[in-house]
Design a protein around this ligand. Structure first.
Ligand SMILES: CC(=O)N[C@H]1[C@@H](OP(=O)(O)OP(=O)(O)OC[C@H]2O[C@@H](n3ccc(=O)[nH]c3=O)[C@H](O)[C@@H]2O)O[C@H](CO)[C@@H](O)[C@@H]1O[C@H](C)C(=O)N[C@@H](C)C(=O)N[C@H](CCC(=O)O)C(=O)O
Ligand SMILES: Nc1ncnc2c1ncn2[C@@H]1O[C@H](COP(=O)(O)OP(=O)(O)OP(=O)(O)O)[C@@H](O)[C@H]1O
Ligand SMILES: N[C@H](CCC[C@H](N)C(=O)O)C(=O)O
Ligand SMILES: [Mg+2]
Length: 482
């Protein structure tokens, strides 16, 4: 493409025939003819790498007004918001996305909702994809991902590939980082959704209000006026979210016990499934949801709401709920001991999620609830004692272990949890912690291994060593049976 093809996105001359061979925000990835976007980041300022980008052959540099870049030998284009400009430029450069796209935000449930919405669409006969924490899933494609919301260049490259492969529908997760950093600003969205809000990422957002505001960008900055906003109705943060979506001129569709669009009339939880009565447009549907975890019915309602808001008939969307498969590592039953005690792997790595998952299994546990968990290094330190308290209150046996200590001293992370977890057992080595917990299980007990879910590695220092909770649980169950 030529620079002039970015008119409307960037302040460029209509006559500029400078060739643009790609867009980049990391100077180390700049190839000849790429447009380099200098972004102010959390660790570095991209403007300091503009000269490096120019040396590597960048055709032009896009930078914030007042960045003071000159003498680079390439044109400098000034904009108010380089991250927003990057997102729009990446969308224009790759030039294609699945026709119908939706995004879901909220503290918990995004990965599950994206996966469920894909499955409902699939059931309704559409070629559908989901994009998020567990990676990309589409017909013939299942790839592990790294970020919940990919950066705009990776995202639009992917969306174009999906569209070219015939994918017409895609559901993606909108993390608060992704929204704040404008990663989704170039995506054309047909609908958005909100699940809930709890404590998360307090290392990035100064206050919970700031965190909520970042999430609201989906509704007040990204969705076009009149677009449907599917909002879970039973969360303390539902009302302010509904108010913001209405103020932004969206068509608000609430789901849940207090929902107008999909109303949960009754639900009976069983250990591995739940039976629900849901009202849609005056009709009552009886649904048998084949998933453990009280919260999954809420995620299922949000997903059905998204599918319906984008044209899937209610009867079809709700019937699809009976076939749902949980996202990997979300209250995932890995196995049971010979005496029938189940072991679940779950991705609860924040307070509300831990509280929900432990409360969910209690009614079906005649013996003890055991939990193995830790907290990630280089992440919100404030959640450590909170999670220690929750585990101690809701489980009978608490084993505190490591979960991606990253650059921090693992003993110190554990100590911060242990300080609020009297009686907890501390076993730093996660493998050993899992094996010991499995060895302790008696008939009637339930074990939850929380925090890593689908992850395939343990990051210690700068190194990520292969590690899977699923594999360790299976190995421990085999060892116990032997
Ligand atoms: C804190 C954070 O969100 N960081 C993300 C952010 O990086 P940044 O802009 O702060 O980068 P920086 O290191 O300060 O550098 C500034 C700029 O200089 C550039 N640079 C840097 C060095 C160089 O030699 N040349 C160069 O051009 C960088 O490419 C960048 O554009 O933008 C990058 C590109 O999009 C992301 O890769 C990076 O994610 C890091 C790896 C990360 O760990 N992010 C996590 C916290 C995250 O985003 N998580 C959310 C939520 C997870 C969830 O709850 O599910 C997610 O969506 O995954
Ligand atoms: N609707 C919900 N309400 C409360 N807790 C939930 C809900 N859905 C999922 N959880 C809990 O949160 C964990 C993560 O779920 P999921 O991966 O679907 O959410 P997410 O928003 O994508 O999280 P992350 O931001 O960590 O990727 C689950 O393993 C479960 O413990
Ligand atoms: N997207 C989240 C995942 C955390 C998962 C947990 N296992 C940890 O490492 O803290 C983050 O990067 O903060
Ligand atoms: Mg997720």
């Amino acid at each position: 493409m030529k620079l002039r093809d970015l008119a409307g996105v960037l302040p460029v001359e209509a006559s500029s025939d400078t060739a643009v061979t790609g867009v980049a925000s990391d100077s180390r990835q700049v190839r000849t003819g790429n447009l380099f976007f200098a972004l102010a980041g959390s660790k570095a300022d991209g403007a300091t790498f503009a000269a490096d980008a120019a040396k590597r052959g960048a055709s032009a540099i896009v930078a914030a007004r007042g960045a003071g870049l000159s003498g680079l030998g390439v044109p400098v284009i000034s904009v108010d918001d380089p991250r927003h400009a990057l997102a729009l430029a990446a969308a224009r450069f790759f030039g294609g996305q699945p026709e119908t796209m939706v995004a879901v935000t909220g503290t918990s449930g995004k990965t599950s909702v994206a996966a469920f919405t894909r499955q409902i669409w699939d059931h309704a006969g559409f070629a559908a994809a989901s994009i998020g924490t567990t990676g990309v899933v589409a017909p013939g494609r299942d790839e592990y991902g790294s970020l919940t919301t990919p950066d705009p260049v990776a995202l639009h490259r992917l969306l174009k590939e999906l569209a070219d492969a015939g994918v017409t529908h895609a559901a993606m997760e909108a993390s608060s980082h992704g929204l704040d950093q404008r990663r989704l600003d170039g995506v054309k969205l047909a609908a958005g959704a909100f699940t809930n809000l709890g404590r998360d990422h307090m290392d990035y957002h100064p206050t919970v209000e700031d965190y909520h505001r970042a999430k609201l960008r989906l509704f007040d900055a990204l969705l076009p006026k009149g677009a449907p906003a599917v909002i879970f109705a039973d969360d303390p943060w539902s009302a302010p979210t509904v108010a913001a979506a209405k103020a932004a001129g969206l068509s608000v569709l609430t789901v849940g016990r207090h929902g107008d669009f999909l109303q949960l009339k009754r639900v009976e939880h069983e250990r591995h499934r739940q039976r629900a009565e849901i009202e849609a447009d005056g009709v009552i549907y009886e649904i048998d949801l084949p998933l453990a975890g009280d919260f999954q019915i809420y995620n299922a309602l949000v997903s059905a709401g998204l599918a319906m808001a984008t044209g899937t008939p209610a009867a079809k969307a709700l019937a699809a709920l009976e076939k749902l498969k949980g996202a990997p590592g979300r209250l995932d039953l890995v196995g049971t001991t010979s005496v029938g005690a189940p072991v679940y792997v779950d991705y609860a790595h924040k307070p509300d999620a831990l509280e929900n998952v432990l409360s969910s299994v209690r009614p079906f546990t005649t013996g003890r609830v055991l939990v193995v968990f830790g907290c990630g290094g280089d992440r919100d330190r404030g959640k450590r004692p909170i999670m220690g308290e929750i585990a101690t209150r809701l489980a009978d046996v608490v084993i505190v272990t490591d979960d991606n200590p990253r650059s921090e001293v693992p003993q110190e992370i554990r100590a911060a949890i242990m300080a609020a977890a009297p009686g907890a057992i501390e076993i730093g080595d996660r493998r050993k912690a899992i094996h010991e917990a499995v060895a302790m299980l008696d008939a009637g007990d339930t074990l939850i291994v929380a925090g890593k879910g689908h992850e395939e590695g343990q990051t210690v220092g700068a190194e990520t060593l292969p590690f899977s909770d699923h594999e360790e649980v299976r190995a421990a169950l085999r060892e116990r049976a032997a």
